[in-house]
Design a protein. Structure first.
Length: 70
């Protein structure tokens, strides 16, 4: 299982994939908003999205787990 972490604190602006979707390395999973900037968070490896730990509008801190791939 590969986990996707938040690289900085911010709000979840958009979730770009759904549970069960196959994602490729480099594909956007979540887009954070921090200091009025949109920051795409991408998959570091290919896999199937099995868990989302956040919802749109949630606030996350640096290092929080956003999603899990298998």
């Amino acid at each position: 299982m590969a986990k996707v972490y938040a690289p900085m604190a911010g709000s979840v602006w958009k979730i770009a994939v759904s549970i069960g979707d196959r994602v490729e390395e480099g594909e956007d999973i979540v887009i954070l908003e921090s200091m009025k900037m949109e920051i795409p968070i991408t998959a570091e490896q290919s896999g199937r999205l099995v868990t989302l730990f956040v919802a749109e509008g949630d606030f996350v801190n640096e290092g929080d787990v956003l999603a899990e791939l298998e």
